[in-house]
Design a protein. Structure first.
Length: 358
């Protein structure tokens, strides 16, 4: 009788290896673990005001080519060493892409980029890529989209975003409450702050919910709450929200909710009208606010890759341009270097003064 009432629109159930199986194929290493833990400690110290530096989440809009991604990671590691006095660099490693309607869902869902959806392959290759980034010595940031995915690679992540489309989702707030990383909640696509602020508040509390255990069995997951939630301003409703008035309103909203006044500014998305060439201008404005005494902006996000712009996914994948995004447009490597180096120079005296005051 059950067969007549369920799975009427399901065409198959394919085997998916458990988190334990994937981790056995791509095991954590001592160097990678130290990179992840050091990254988390640094971010938590910044959010706790124990570390006066700024953190910068920087990298491709999405990972589609692990070779180009590791090329980028190695360059970024060198740059991170240059600016480490003032900036904690974290590489943006996004595998899952929320789609407004249709489109490529990201490396984990469709690693071959041909709508074959070998998720089991994507998960293993995604974990391997994160391990490689950690071996390079860079902490990684990602977006929590699929509620099961963190069990597969969460041990390799140092910072997590809850996106504008999911900040209002109870499922994602519950996930955030149990993550081992600081979590940034983005304001809504309409520019409103309410869902994100409520998300930070909800994630700070304990939750119990259905999930997946490491062995792949259904489980009731019980969390203690995440005290390192914060707000990410990404613009919305056709306007940016990184200006001083918008930041002040965000500070007031966090204070009213009795939450730490911790803010990250996303230089991309609506804050730059999705025009990558405007990201440096957003960054410059934010640095000016910090130099003028702002203490609530603790981090920024940049969408950056080896080549500027973006490209459609061709039917012949050999025609893909190396190091160029297949999702949102990015700034190129030269611009990335200039943005981080100029920020380092602008903030050097501010960071020193903060350090002495502490």
């Amino acid at each position: 009788m059950t067969a007549r009432t369920e799975n009427l629109n399901v065409v198959g159930f394919d085997h998916m290896p458990s988190p334990t199986e994937i981790k056995a194929r791509v095991p954590m290493t001592p160097r990678a673990a130290e990179t992840v833990l050091a990254g988390r400690r640094a971010l938590m110290d910044i959010l706790d005001r124990k570390d006066p530096r700024l953190f910068v989440i920087v990298g491709p809009c999405s990972i589609h080519d692990p070779v180009a991604g590791i090329d980028y990671a190695r360059r970024l590691k060198g740059l991170a060493e240059e600016v480490k006095e003032t900036i904690q660099v974290v590489m943006r490693v996004y595998f899952e892409k929320p789609r407004t309607s249709t489109g490529w869902k990201g490396f984990i869902n469709d690693p071959r980029m041909d709508d074959s959806f070998h998720i089991e392959e994507g998960m293993e290759r995604g974990r391997r890529f994160l391990l490689d980034v950690a071996e390079v010595g860079l902490p990684a940031a990602t977006e929590a989209l699929d509620p099961i995915a963190p069990q597969y690679y969460g041990d390799l992540i140092s910072w997590t975003a809850i996106g504008a489309r999911t900040a209002e989702s109870q499922t994602h707030r519950e996930i955030a409450s149990g993550l081992s990383t600081p979590v940034g909640f983005k304001n809504g696509t309409d520019g409103s702050l309410e869902a994100a602020v409520n998300g930070v508040l909800s994630a700070s509390r304990p939750h119990s919910f259905l999930g997946l255990s490491e062995s792949g069995a259904s489980a009731i997951i019980r969390t203690r709450g995440n005290s390192y939630g914060h707000l990410v301003l990404r613009g919305g409703a056709g306007r940016p929200n990184y200006d001083t008035v918008s930041v002040s309103l965000a500070e007031q909203a966090l204070s009213k909710a009795k939450l730490p006044v911790n803010i990250v500014v996303d230089c991309s998305h609506a804050n730059s009208w999705k025009k990558p060439e405007l990201q440096p201008l957003v960054m410059r404005d934010v640095m000016h606010q910090i130099r003028e005494g702002n203490r609530s902006i603790l981090g920024v996000m940049i969408e950056s890759f080896l080549e500027a712009g973006n490209q459609p996914i061709p039917s012949d994948l050999s025609k893909l341009r190396y190091g160029c995004s297949v999702t949102d447009a990015c700034v190129d490597w030269a611009t990335t270097e200039e943005m981080l180096r100029s920020t380092h120079n602008v903030l050097r005296d501010v960071i020193k003064a903060r350090g002495k005051a502490a």
